[in-house]
Design a protein around this ligand. Structure first.
Ligand code: AMP
Ligand code: MG
Length: 397
């Protein structure tokens, strides 16, 4: 059995970023990964501009002094010239007129017979956004490998570019397996269960911005599995659930071995021990265990990483943690264990409450939890002992 860290290291070394790059409209770039660094084509602002509606002057200003008002400068106008010993009416976002270096807000000015009188002292440069205060020409705004998110869209648009250069979307084949599975909506049959992993994995993959190029729910039948795996090899990554344990009906493993190889199939982790890693006709394959919580946990730790690597993202599979105290004592098991927890406040202190039943078949534990806590093996933890916690929110869930 390999540790989580070793599996992560191995995946990071083995999976290479996709080479293909495409240009997409700025708005469609949300969730995509930048293929090259984005540099600012010019200073923003291009010249000093007014922060508010007021009067542009040559500073400094001294309370009680006054100047005649001459001319107007609107946002978008080319800069006019300020006559010496005058003030010019100016509006938010307008370039400063030549000769001006300070703007006083209209609320701090008294106007009388065309004369503006200051109600406040101002030093030179007050009320002005300086050239390049936002971004400087040539400055790298976003590094290659950044996954573009909503707050960055405005910044990209402000460069004036209509499109950005991003890596091609990762194409994933998603196969769930098991004779017992019914699709949601199918009439119920005794002995069967509904395919929960399929929709859950689909939702996770969509949130990761991948293209699902193949999606099927397969019976435990070698012929069907082999046919589907052959087709799946055209994707960039094959993800399956179920059928990778050691039972007679665990045929995915045999199918993969027939068309490629399994390099590794057990990870020192609970839930999630029977994780299979290998390739099918040269395409990376990740076979997740069938128990829904195991599927979820192994997706978060390993599939996310593989997708981020293929997508060329920096810091692939990022797993932010914080140390928080457990609300109740807990005995570690024979493997490191991710338990489903919720943050609660106990006497003003943030603590982690574990879901009462940590069986890896219980989807209710996932739906209840707001994150995962890592319980080290063989350790006896007392209430109040700190453990590593990862919030679902922090990883975009
Ligand atoms: P397996 O890894 O195929 O042995 O499956 C382990 C357990 O997970 C069994 O109880 C399966 O019925 C269950 N399981 C497998 N696939 C799914 C699925 N797609 N949705 C819900 N439960 C599943
Ligand atoms: Mg099965």
């Amino acid at each position: 059995m390999e540790s989580v860290e070793d599996v992560i290291k191995r995946l990071s070394e083995w999976i290479e970023p996709l080479a293909e790059v495409e240009q997409v409209p700025v708005l469609e770039s949300v969730g995509r990964v930048l293929a090259e660094s984005l540099a600012a084509p010019r200073d923003v602002p291009i010249a000093p501009l007014s922060l508010f509606d007021g009067y542009a002057v040559a500073g400094p200003l001294v309370t009680g002094e006054s100047l005649p008002v001459e001319g107007k400068q609107f946002a978008g106008d080319a800069p006019a010239t300020l006559k010496p010993a005058t003030a010019m009416r100016i509006f938010t976002g307008a370039l400063l007129p030549k000769g001006a270096d300070t703007v006083i807000a209209q609320e701090s000015v008294e106007i009388n017979a065309g004369q503006a009188r200051w109600l406040e002292d101002l030093s030179i440069g007050a009320g002005v956004r300086a050239t390049g205060a936002d971004t400087r020409e040539g400055q790298v705004l976003l590094e290659s490998g950044t996954r573009i998110s909503v707050p960055q869209i405005g910044l990209i648009a402000s460069t004036g570019e209509a499109t950005v250069s991003v890596r091609r979307r990762v194409r994933v084949a998603l196969l769930t397996t098991g004779d017992e599975l019914l699709a949601p909506g199918d009439p119920f049959l005794p002995g069967r269960i509904y395919d929960a992993n399929g929709p859950m994995l689909e939702a996770l993959l969509r949130a990761a911005g991948v293209e699902i190029v193949q999606r099927a729910c397969l019976p435990d039948d070698r012929e069907v599995i082999d046919t589907q795996l052959r087709q799946a090899a055209q994707a960039d990554l094959i993800v399956t659930s179920g059928g990778v344990s050691v039972g007679e009906a665990d045929l995915v493993r045999a199918g993969v071995e027939a068309l490629g190889r399994i390099d590794h199939w057990r990870v020192f982790l609970k839930p999630g021990k029977p994780l299979a890693i290998g390739e099918v006709l040269g395409t990376p394959f990740l076979g997740l265990p069938g128990n829904p919580v195991s599927t979820f946990v192994t997706y978060l730790r390993f599939v996310r990483l593989a997708i981020d690597r293929l997508a060329g993202q920096t810091d692939p599979g990022a797993w932010p943690t914080q140390w928080l105290p457990l609300a109740a004592a807990r005995q570690g098991g024979d493997r490191p264990e991710y338990i489903r927890v919720r943050r609660i406040e106990v006497e003003g202190r943030l603590m982690l409450e574990p879901y009462p039943d940590q069986n890896s078949g219980l989807l209710s534990s996932l739906a209840w939890a707001d994150g995962l806590a890592l319980i080290p093996p063989d350790e006896r933890l007392a209430a109040g002992d700190p453990v590593e916690y990862t919030a679902f929110k922090e990883i975009g869930l």
